[in-house]
Design a protein around this ligand. Sequence first.
Ligand code: HEC
Length: 148
Amino acid sequence: MMRRITVAMSVALVVFVASIAVGQDKKMSLEEYAALMKSNAQANGALNKAIGSGAYADARTQVGVLRKNLASLRPFWAERKRDDAVAILQTGETRLASLDALLGQATVPQADAQAAAKEFAGAVCAACHKQNREGDNQTGFKFKEGVF
Ligand code: HEC
């Protein structure tokens, strides 16, 4: 009896572990990557607009989208052993967490929040693009040669 339960439990464990492995194996395609960047641009624009008009709850929603996006970019760069990009993503998470705290205050310091949003875009979006992206609005954007 005990033995049977143990076997059943090990089978369940193997299935569970296998499903985790499959989940991690699902790599982000280049199309998914570009779609995520478009979501970044959308959320970043909406964030600045919301702060500008004092819609702080909306601004926090956009911060949430950006945090989620940055978190899902992490494995993409980590598995290519690009520590510099991973560090930029970590900076992004830190900056977004403190921006979120600013936006959650009873009286939001609007100018500080605007400055923090601007600095975030410079230190994170622009910094990574400078290192890893080429192209422009006309020709389209792609990864710099040799990035991976
Ligand atoms: C860790 C690196 C990294 C970070 C952080 C990053 N990007 Fe990107 N981004 C790239 C690379 C590389 C490309 C080029 C590949 C592509 O276009 O898919 C790109 C492309 C883009 C594009 C063009 C998408 C297309 O193909 O049309 C936009 C828009 C964009 N990023 C916006 C943003 C914004 C806004 C942020 C910050 C909220 C951001 N990105 C953060 C690396 C990054």
